[in-house]
Design a protein around this ligand. Structure first.
Ligand code: NDP
Length: 331
């Protein structure tokens, strides 16, 4: 039984030496508890924020304790009637192989033909983030011209597909030509910008969005935000989901120089934290299951194997090593 501890608060890009893989005995079960063997761990960009000691919407990770994060596992011993052996559960007890629980921090997964790790992506937090940000925060309407940054990632690829299903023009930015091809050829996105190879991000986005942008789904921040502000249409909406470009910054980053565009274009800009919208999960899951059953939504996973690969998978998020959801599969 192994778990991953944070031993240093990363400076800049996290490195493996910031983490330690610690062996422990498998915990012993008390009456009313279950023993879970994690099968899949989620690594997510927001975890970088929790590695910094500062006040935020969620408390920082403690040093020298097991990290936490989304996970899907199987009940392997049970002294709890609601969770028989063999049940699949999701929890926030990731970054470890085994844990015990009295049940209140577990969600029993429904039996579906869809592989269980989908509850960490398309049917879980990242799918819910795309759905909430696009439909509730940005109030997407049919015919909107949509631009998405980090468009081939777990959230971004769902944003692209939901916006297409809603009858929108969709363009996105990505960090490789392979990712661009995925969006154009497999997801039916209308235009893609490779932000790593363009020499002029704003004019490339302008070319991809010839009729301007009504809705920007912001995952990146920085130069992307400044460029898009100049290209927004009047009364456009920006759902601020993430700013991954800044997560490893070691000094304060300059803000966009063109914030007056918010006034000129009469923009609505709203940030959101998906966990505060979880009352909408039943509606989301019903709709997403319908789309999947109709073959209208697809998804990709990038899988690292073994708990010892978890930190590489996590660091890989900041190097663009994933297409779709970054996951760790435990043996
Ligand atoms: P992704 O699957 O999109 O993985 C991260 C991707 O970001 C990478 O693959 C990489 O793709 C891109 N990226 C990394 N560094 C940079 C950079 N410096 N500039 C531009 N792109 C970069 O992760 P998620 O789908 O899980 O998350 C996407 C965003 O949504 C993140 O900002 C995250 O923090 C946010 N989020 C917010 C939530 C909320 O409640 N507000 C909930 C969940 C996620 P590429 O090769 O294209 O560069």
């Amino acid at each position: 039984n192994r778990e991953i501890h944070l031993v240093n608060r990363p400076q800049g890009m996290p490195v493996n030496a910031d983490f330690n893989l610690v062996s422990k005995p498998v915990p012993v079960l008390n009456e009313g508890e279950v023993l879970i063997k994690n099968l899949w761990l989620s690594v997510d960009p927001y975890m970088r924020g929790r590695m910094v000691e500062r006040a935020s919407y969620i408390e920082p990770f403690a040093l020298n304790e097991a990290l936490s994060g989304g996970a899907v596992g199987e009940v392997v011993e049970s002294r709890h009637p609601q969770f028989p052996v063999g049940s699949m559960v999701s929890s926030m007890n990731g970054w470890r192989e085994y844990f015990t629980s009295a049940g209140s921090d577990l969600q029993l997964l429904p039996q579906t033909a869809i592989a269980e790790q989908a509850f960490l992506s398309v049917l879980g937090m990242t799918g819910m983030t795309a759905y909430t940000g696009l439909l509730k925060i940005a109030e997407l309407k049919e015919g909107d011209r949509v631009f998405v940054s980090a468009a081939s990632g777990a959230v971004g690829a769902m944003v692209c597909q939901i916006a297409k299903l809603k009858g929108c023009y969709v363009a996105g930015s990505v960090g490789s030509d392979e990712k661009a091809r995925y969006l154009l050829e497999e997801l039916g996105v209308d235009a893609v910008v490779n932000y790593k190879t363009t020499t002029d991000l704003q004019s490339s986005i302008a070319d991809a969005c010839p009729e301007g942008i009504d809705v920007y789904f912001e995952n990146v921040g920085g130069e992307h935000l400044e460029a898009v502000l100049n290209l927004m249409n009047d009364h456009g909406r920006i759902a601020v989901c993430g700013m991954i470009e800044q997560y490893n910054a070691t000094s304060p980053q300059p803000g966009p120089a063109n914030l007056a565009q918010i006034i000129i274009k009469k923009l609505k800009i709203e940030g959101f934290i998906v966990f505060e919208h979880w009352d909408g999960y039943p509606e989301f899951i019903e709709q997403m299951m319908q789309w999947i059953a109709a073959g209208q939504i697809s998804w990709k996973e990038t899988v690292f194997e073994g708990i010892e690969q978890t930190t590489d998978a996590f660091i890989g998020l900041f190097n663009g090593q994933n297409m779709g959801k970054m996951l760790v599969k435990l043996g």
